[in-house]
Ligand binder design. Structure first.
Ligand SMILES: Nc1ncnc2c1ncn2[C@@H]1O[C@H](COP(=O)(O)OP(=O)(O)OP(=O)(O)O)[C@@H](O)[C@H]1O
Ligand SMILES: [Mg+2]
Length: 382
């Protein structure tokens, strides 16, 4: 059992504040993913949780106990970094058991724990090999094995898969998700990979410039981003943004004028705004629909055929709009296309970049990875 709480945690390096008063609750056995642009403070936050970096302000609590002054080795955590150094002269088994040897754990117990970790990570046939005789993915698993044998209450992963090729990443992603189910440990995971974040997380934390922009389930962040930053950051390819003008508001939603002059009704709450307010309309590439009667149009500048899907990059005024279309669309570059969108798929942002709240909560917004399991296959998190 392990919960983690951050209470107004800050970190200053000299005069520069890189973590700016972060509050966060991580529940027991939750899989929490940190995402955000390079330099936003993900690794610094992880290192503060691990005890490798002190907090300038605020409290870090594990199971309700303040641990700011507890050393890294006594926090009950294990961390796996992007660059994991294995001892080259030691076998896989010795690499995994080394921390236990240092801690004076008896040999039989060490052996048992290494074998258990090797079973979970499918490393049993490789236990007697040296690291140089392993593939990148196998080495990565040894690094994770070193963390598992320590039986931590919380795992911290900082981009553990970023050195691997695409196929191995997929395999390791699935193995880590399985590992989480099998160990039922609390895990905090940093990644740049949208698919890892969306598929592994119970809860995603979007960081930006040392602050938390939004915390929520993957589907909640995708369907209900609270501001333009989160909207543009979660989802791949990125959300398109177009200028729009507020025409009218009612309790059922707002009417907006689109760049081409057409008007559309969108079910969001804009009652605090005056007519003629300039807004931004956010439309995801996968929600744009080619339609000869559609209200939007532009000229195709680039066309990418991916097989099952085709990406169209369409010039609309100053904006280059991405449309994910069917793989077999017959268009070519320089063709003009018309397209539209379902109103409930549209996002609107005010002058401060805040989303106008949706009046239709998406039915899947509360789903997490655990909800995808068949009932009874594993214990639900508390
Ligand atoms: N020891 C340090 N001294 C001074 N500044 C630091 C130190 N460590 C990190 N920083 C700064 O703190 C900010 C956050 O760095 P951090 O490594 O946490 O970012 P990150 O979100 O992990 O980025 P990336 O995605 O590139 O790994 C950066 O601007 C970085 O330059
Ligand atoms: Mg980092």
């Amino acid at each position: 059992m392990a919960t983690l709480q951050l209470r107004t945690i800050s970190k200053r390096f000299g005069d520069t504040e890189v973590i700016k008063g972060i509050n966060l609750d991580v529940n027991d056995r939750e899989f929490v993913v940190f995402v955000g642009p390079s330099g936003c403070g993900k690794s610094t936050l992880m290192r503060m949780i691990a005890g490798l970096e002190s907090a300038s302000d605020g409290d870090i609590l594990i199971d309700g106990q303040r641990i700011n002054d507890v050393g890294p080795a006594d926090r009950g955590l294990a961390m796996v970094f992007q660059s994991y150094a294995l001892y080259p002269h030691m076998t896989v088994a010795d690499n995994m058991g080394f921390s236990m040897r240092l801690a004076g754990v008896p040999k039989a117990e060490r052996r048992a724990k290494v074998l258990e970790a090797a079973r979970i990570l499918q490393l049993e046939p490789l236990l007697d090999r040296k690291p140089k005789a392993l593939s990148g993915g196998q080495r990565q698993r040894v690094a994770i094995g070193r963390a598992i044998v320590r039986n931590p209450s919380i795992f911290l992963f900082d981009e553990p898969l970023s050195n691997l090729d695409a196929a191995l990443r997929v395999q390791m992603r699935i193995e880590l998700a399985r590992l989480h189910d099998e160990l039922d440990a609390t895990m905090i995971y940093v990644t740049h990979d949208q698919i890892e974040a969306m598929t592994m997380a119970d809860k995603i934390v979007v960081l930006h410039d040392g602050v938390v922009e939004q915390v929520g389930s993957p589907m909640a962040l995708y369907h209900h981003p609270r501001n333009r930053f989160v909207a543009g950051f979660i989802g791949s390819p990125k959300m398109n943004f177009l200028p729009a003008t507020l025409v009218d508001t009612t309790p059922e939603g707002v009417t907006i004028r689109l760049p081409g002059g057409d008007e559309r009704h969108v079910p969001v709450d804009g009652r605090h705004l005056a007519a003629d307010t300039a807004l931004e309309l956010g439309l995801r590439p996968e929600h744009l629909v080619l339609d000869e009667q559609g209200p939007l149009s532009g000229e195709i500048k680039v066309l990418e055929r991916l097989g099952g899907q085709t990406s169209l990059y369409v010039q609309m005024g100053a904006e280059l709009i991405t449309i994910m279309a069917d793989g077999d669309v017959a268009f070519r570059v320089n063709d003009t296309v018309r397209f539209g969108f379902a109103p409930e798929r549209a996002h609107l942002f005010d002058g401060e970049g805040l989303a106008l709240p949706s009046l239709q909560q998406h039915p899947l917004a509360g789903l997490t990875r655990h909800d995808n399991r068949a009932p009874g296959t594993a214990e639900e998190p508390a």
